[in-house]
Design a protein around this ligand. Structure first.
Ligand SMILES: C[S@@+](CC[C@H](N)C(=O)[O-])C[C@H]1O[C@@H](n2cnc3c(N)ncnc32)[C@H](O)[C@@H]1O
Length: 219
């Protein structure tokens, strides 16, 4: 179940766009149900589809994801890649990684997804580039640091996608859904400014899902 229904675009538009989405297979549907029942935030299907499209458009051979959860987006991206290509994914939670590994294995993609357990801020600097696509989706207040660490690992012409940058409408409206969102909302507002003005990126914020920052590395 979506966290931001009607908060980014009007519900009528959201319902319409949802009806246009490609059907997901039984495994992806099961993952969506599991995430819903266990309150695990995973990508909205339109975001996962957008990532899949980006992987195809770039003919990506190496993708970095920061924040694995149960591996939902990994399956979309790895399916769009060739068997010798790799999705490298980082999560701080061993439980999440174990769950993601099991789903990725059921998808028959275990040779294509490489899992790294640990805090992203310490794990990203241990990785070797180049990556064609980097997808940021862990701690919202850390996005700027993730970007600073990951950008040198992205090839020129490669893409950065960051999820939830409109944060259930809070970033634009300033109206918090709960007090504990203040820090992440303010951090995301600062991050979005930094991102769209970054001298190495040609970038924009898109009202897809919960808000996607999308940037191409041009320098
Ligand atoms: C929104 S979920 C990721 C969803 C996934 N990218 C997808 O598209 O389905 C965020 C994940 O980030 C992980 N996480 C939280 N703090 C982290 C950190 N400091 N470093 C790495 N991962 C972290 C959480 O365990 C959680 O699984």
């Amino acid at each position: 179940m979506k966290a931001q229904v009607g908060l980014i675009i009007h519900q009528e538009q959201e319902d319409y766009l949802e009806r246009l989405l490609p059907e997901r297979d039984l495994l992806l549907r099961e993952m969506e149900r599991f995430a819903d029942e266990h309150d695990i935030p995973i990508a909205d299907p339109e975001v996962a589809t957008f990532l899949e499209i980006t992987v195809q458009a770039l003919r990506a051979q190496r993708v970095l994801e920061v924040g694995t959860a149960i591996g939902y987006a990994d399956i979309f991206m790895a399916r769009a890649m060739s068997p010798q290509d790799r999705v490298v994914t980082i999560d701080i939670s061993i439980e999440m990684i174990e769950k993601a590994k099991a789903y990725v294995k059921r998808a028959g993609l275990e040779d294509q997804v490489e899992f790294h357990e640990g805090p992203a801020l310490t794990m990203i600097p241990t990785l070797v580039g180049p990556f064609d696509l980097v997808y940021l989706d862990a701690v919202k207040a850390e996005y700027r640091d993730y970007l600073d660490l990951a950008l040198p690992l992205i090839r020129i012409g490669g893409v950065v996608v960051c999820d939830n940058v409109l944060w259930r409408g809070q970033v634009a409206s300033g109206r918090l859904l709960a007090a504990h969102y203040r820090g992440s909302t303010e951090a995301l507002r600062g991050f979005n400014d930094y991102f769209v003005r970054h001298p190495q990126l040609l970038a924009q914020i898109l009202p897809v899902g919960d808000g996607l920052a999308y940037g191409v590395k041009v320098k």
